[in-house]
Ligand binder design. Structure first.
Ligand SMILES: Cc1cc2nc3c(=O)[nH]c(=O)nc-3n(C[C@H](O)[C@H](O)[C@H](O)COP(=O)(O)OP(=O)(O)OC[C@H]3O[C@@H](n4cnc5c(N)ncnc54)[C@H](O)[C@@H]3O)c2cc1C
Length: 452
């Protein structure tokens, strides 16, 4: 039995290591066009900020580690073609230009995504940078250390952009944030949460330009000088452009079913419409237990878990179904610690989901303790079934880990009525006897004993 895994980052690395542990005899080959594996993108902003001193710590595996596990790792090898009938792929050795064929019994596609770069005039100017891998991280770090670069613009107010804004502000740059949405991180958080961060950004003199579309990057002698939006002109020395990602799946057109965004459709075994091709990580479309639809959830956590699912089901013959995903995510910026999972109120509206929700604020610990802070929580549920479909939490103290429980609640279909019955411990050091999870559940049932 031979399995080829294309792409050896978070999804691919997990898949090959899981395959090896489940089947010591399997022939496993993995190809990646990059020259490194397992780089944690979340560390880019932390490295820029100075929190991470040595970027080597942002890698948790290497080609050498995989080779020691008897995995045939081919770096700087690009997948360039496939013959699904013959079960072969074509691969180009980037250093030599040689193209060769390799055959598989099972193929796992883990080619991830690449940042979207629309054909905006000037996007190729020196000083406009995308942010995806270690090579980009090195350039961004260098630009941050360059004293001549004073004004930085971040285009895209998703979590990657917002983390970089935080890092650049910390480094003393003058920062502008541009997005055509009307608030930051609109996909993950509702306005009750994003407004907390936006207010703090403003206090830190971030020039926030929402509802604005970038029309052009202007430069002098090939070097960026201005960002032109439909709202005006922004003088800038450096831009990080981060407006979204696209699955790298062009070679599978006509071979596997792809969704509208180009992500490879998979079943609960991570198998594509071609039974010998599995797809994992950012390049795949997965079952969302919150909305009961399938779509791409571009997170390292989903990548790792789909890698486990595919490897297990290749070795054990489609026996372990994924419980689905819910897109659990967290962020810490400008002193706010936020996490969310599943459907926000904004996305429930966008997708015409018949929902109800509660927004709840309380002290995180009893007021008799010497310190306590506000904690904000929002819970969204399906109006008809009362199934919890999303939750968001925020505070200046860290309560993000409660989202693990909400992820499980969504995967296991807990209802809002069952929420107050979840066996949550109480200790004044950490929380209140009727805490910020139990109380909103009780309030929905009309049983909040503390509401005046
Ligand atoms: C700045 C940043 C911060 C992030 N922060 C977080 C976070 O805090 N938490 C979180 O969960 N997620 C985070 N993510 C998202 C996370 O990094 C991705 O979800 C994850 O990398 C997906 O892993 P993957 O293996 O599916 O795809 P990728 O990481 O995209 O890897 C795909 C691999 O396939 C290779 N490849 C592609 N095409 C070919 C080809 N034709 N031939 C050979 N090889 C090919 C690529 O070289 C690459 O190594 C962040 C991402 C970025 C960019």
């Amino acid at each position: 039995m031979k399995t080829i895994v294309i792409g050896t980052n978070h999804a691919g690395t997990t898949a090959v290591r899981t395959l090896r542990r489940l089947d010591p005899n399997m022939e496993i080959t993995t190809y990646d066009s990059n020259d490194n594996i397992s780089f944690l993108g979340c560390g880019i902003a932390l490295w820029v900020k100075g929190e991470v001193k040595d970027p080597k710590g942002l890698f948790y595996a290497s080609p050498e580690i995989l080779k020691a596990e008897n995995i045939n790792v081919k770096m700087k090898h690009k997948w360039v073609g496939i013959n699904a009938n013959k079960k072969t792929i074509s691969v180009e050795n980037i250093d030599t230009g040689e193209v060769f064929e390799d055959g598989y019994d099972k193929l796992i596609v883990a080619t991830g995504t690449w940042p979207i770069t629309p054909p905006i005039p000037g996007i190729d100017l020196d000083g406009v940078q995308i942010c995806k891998n270690y090579h980009h991280a090195q350039k961004i770090k260098k630009a941050n250390e360059d004293k001549k670069i004073k004004k930085v613009a971040v285009i895209g107010a998703g979590y990657i952009g917002v983390e970089l804004v935080d890092a650049f502000v910390h480094s003393g740059k003058e920062v502008t944030l541009v997005d055509f949405a009307d608030r930051i991180m609109p996909l993950y958080y509702d306005s009750e949460f994003t407004s907390l961060v936006e207010a703090e950004m403003k206090k830190n003199k971030v020039n926030i330009k929402l509802n604005q579309k970038v029309l052009e990057f202007k430069g002098k002698d090939g070097k960026l000088t201005h960002v032109i939006t439909d709202g005006g002109e922004i003088a800038t020395d450096y831009v990080v452009f981060s407006v979204g990602v696209k699955p790298q799946t062009e070679l599978l057109n006509g071979i596997c079913d792809l969704d509208q965004r180009g992500a490879i459709k998979t079943n609960l075994f991570a198998q594509s419409s071609n039974k010998d091709i599995y797809a994992i990580g950012d390049c795949s479309s997965v079952y969302d237990a919150s909305t009961k639809t399938s779509h791409q959830i571009a997170l390292a956590t989903t990548a790792v878990r789909t890698g486990i699912v595919a490897a297990l089901n290749i070795v054990k013959g489609n026996t372990l179904k994924s419980p689905g995903f819910a897109g659990a995510n967290g962020i810490e910026v400008f002193g706010w610690k936020l996490a969310s999972v599943g459907t926000s109120e904004a996305s429930a509206k966008l997708h015409d989901i018949d929902y109800e929700c509660i927004m709840f604020t309380d002290s995180d610990r009893p007021e008799f303790m010497s310190t306590y802070k506000d904690v904000f929580i929002k819970i969204v549920w399906d109006k008809k079934t009362r199934r919890i479909i999303g939750a968001q939490v925020g505070g200046q103290n860290n309560h993000t880990e409660v989202m693990y429980m909400f992820a499980l609640a969504i995967q296991k279909q807990l209802t809002i009525d069952e929420l107050p019955l979840v066996d949550i411990f109480f200790l004044p050091h950490f929380n209140k006897p009727y805490n910020f999870i139990t109380l909103p559940g009780l309030e929905v049932l009309g049983l909040n004993y503390f509401k005046k």
